[in-house]
Design a protein around this ligand. Structure first.
Ligand code: URA
Length: 218
């Protein structure tokens, strides 16, 4: 992969910028981010989302493989953990990975939502401004965990890390991140529900990921 910096302004609400806070542990960084989100919530520029109930990364902090999803949904926000539903578990089981051996996080750490006509909250895809705003935290997580391979699920985390949202062209193809870790873009497992036609590609990609893991001993 070329050394392309993410192209994108920090958007209407700025960005969480951990470098301003000196060297912190992952937990310390999450605490800083929680404060930043609370300040953002109180500002007029706040995007619609569960900013006061962020969901941060979880799992083995020394994992060889890190999975990055898009953003928590309703259940994740209620339970305070990423990917609590069955979709990811099925994906992991199918690929022979144990959840406990991974580090799992999201590109955006709070549930982005829009209000539907009855006043309920419906998940929405994070905007590019939101992805850029939380990007430094994602890079910090990658540096802290230092995985051998980073697996992005869908376009949102792919955009966060590379500035491109072209999963259709890049799924299943190994790249290299600036940190030196391998990047393996995959479709988001939920996209298979909406587009069953992706299943063949998905199986092939999973086989590639299994091969990589076997070769690298995890
Ligand atoms: N989808 C995601 O991308 N992340 C979650 O945590 C849950 C569902």
């Amino acid at each position: 992969m070329t050394k392309k910096r993410v192209n994108g302004s920090t958007g209407p609400f700025g960005a969480f910028s951990p470098t301003e806070h000196g060297r912190l542990s992952l937990e310390g960084m999450y605490a800083e981010c929680r404060l930043w989100l609370a300040r953002l919530y109180a500002s007029e520029a706040a995007p619609p989302g569960e900013l006061l109930k962020p969901v941060f990364g979880a799992g083995d902090p020394k994992a060889g493989m890190m999975l990055i999803g898009e953003a928590p949904g309703k259940a994740e926000t209620e339970q305070g953990a990423p990917f609590v539903g069955k979709t990811l578990s099925a994906f992991l089981e199918g690929a022979g990975f144990s959840r406990d051996s991974l580090f799992i996080t999201n590109a955006v750490k709070y549930r982005p939502y829009r209000l539907n006509p009855s006043g309920g909250k419906a998940n929405r895809t994070p905007t590019r401004a939101e992805l850029v705003a939380l990007r430094e935290l994602l890079l910090f997580e990658i540096a802290a965990v230092s995985p051998k391979i980073v697996v992005t699920l869908g376009n949102s985390p792919l955009f966060s890390l590379t500035g491109r949202a072209d999963i259709g062209a890049r799924h299943g193809v190994l790249e290299k991140l600036e940190s030196g870790a391998a990047l393996f873009p995959l479709y988001h497992p939920a996209s298979l529900i909406y587009n069953p036609g992706l299943a063949k590609d998905y199986e092939k990609d999973m086989a590639g990921l299994r091969d990589y893991a076997a070769k690298h001993g995890f």
